[in-house]
Write a protein that binds this ligand. Structure first.
Ligand SMILES: Cc1cc2nc3c(=O)[nH]c(=O)nc-3n(C[C@H](O)[C@H](O)[C@H](O)COP(=O)(O)O)c2cc1C
Length: 300
């Protein structure tokens, strides 16, 4: 089940999606974290953040809306207090970074490059404060520039995590690859809204939030498939993965690895069940190496 992502060997293709697994401590009480291919930790910022006001989560028919607002203890605290805990396990450590400016991303990449983590995932769905708050990930030129800048400070393999809130995901993925991304992950959440019809107020304090879960899976599979047709770097697919069959779908579309997000909220053993479901699909189809299914969809 081993998979290589940008020179880093994962025990298997199952990773946790950032923001849905904390720093692994709570889930470690439910199962052996050594069983994971990788642990992608909650989004880190340069300085600690309190996050947004509640309500920050709203349930919708086939997914959830969230506007947590990157609550986290800051990158330095993470390096000092969480990396030693995570390092006890064989799962590769993926640090997810978010910034207000290109400079913040660069500083975080520099700090993390000197720490004992394995890969850095750059979340470019954040608003670019200096450029009027438009998300970094929505413009190909901006994506190319931030990737190039961060690469100068990044000594670990860099995964660029794409936002699906764009018109042409292929163009954005190519811009990240041309900028030097070692891998690409997608999708982050889709911008959504839910309104309480009795109070006539939005359910989230922030009015709008990010939608994820089964509702977004077909969009995510489509985007992974499109991106796989234009980039050579490995892809980590995510968005609504609840079962092993979902993971197989993403891998057939072109993902080398998969990340499990809100399924962890529904069932703390979700990652293990996804892994076991993937293994049983391979077994049933007499496939000995998981790599054999990557990108093997046969379009009509
Ligand atoms: C509560 C919550 C917090 C999240 N925080 C982050 C984050 O800090 N950084 C990031 O890149 N993605 C974040 N995400 C997005 C997930 O990592 C993932 O891309 C998305 O939820 C799609 O996967 P899913 O449908 O399996 O949940 C968050 C998602 C949720 C639900």
């Amino acid at each position: 089940m081993k998979i290589n992502i940008a020179g880093i060997q994962l025990n298997n293709p199952v990773i946790t999606a950032s923001g849905t697994f904390g720093f692994g401590r709570e889930y470690g009480e439910y199962f052996d974290l050594n069983r994971l291919g990788g642990i992608c930790v909650k989004g880190l910022t340069l300085t600690p953040r309190q996050g947004n006001k509640p309500p920050r989560i709203a349930e919708t028919p086939a997914g959830i809306l969230n506007s947590v607002g990157l609550q986290n203890p800051g990158v330095r605290y993470f390096v000092e207090h969480e990396v030693p805990f995570l390092r006890q396990f064989t799962a590769k450590i993926i640090a997810n970074i978010s910034g207000n400016t290109v400079e913040e991303y660069c500083t975080m990449a520099e700090i993390l490059s000197d720490s004992d983590i394995d890969l850095i995932e750059m979340n470019i769905s954040c608003p670019n404060v200096k450029e009027g708050g438009v998300a970094f990930g929505t413009n190909a030129g901006t994506v190319n520039n931030i990737t190039q800048q961060v690469k100068k400070y990044c000594k670990k393999p860099l995964i660029v995590k794409l936002s699906p809130n764009v018109t042409d995901i292929k163009e954005i993925a190519k811009a990240a690859e041309d900028g030097g991304a070692d891998a690409i992950s997608l999708i982050n959440t889709l911008l959504g809204m839910a309104i309480d019809i009795n109070t006539r107020k939005p359910i989230l304090a922030n009015n709008v939030g990010g939608l994820s879960g089964p509702a977004v899976k077909p969009i995510a599979v489509r985007m992974v498939w499109q991106v796989a047709s234009v980039v050579k770097v490995p892809i980590i697919g995510m968005g609504g993965i609840m079962t092993g069959e979902d993971a197989v779908e993403f891998m057939l579309a072109g993902a080398s690895a998969v990340a499990v997000g809100i399924a962890n909220f529904v069932d703390p053993l979700a990652c293990i069940k996804v892994l076991e479901g993937l293994e049983s699909y391979l077994h049933k189809n007499n496939i000995y190496d998981v790599k054999e299914i990557i990108g093997k969809v046969e379009p009509n």
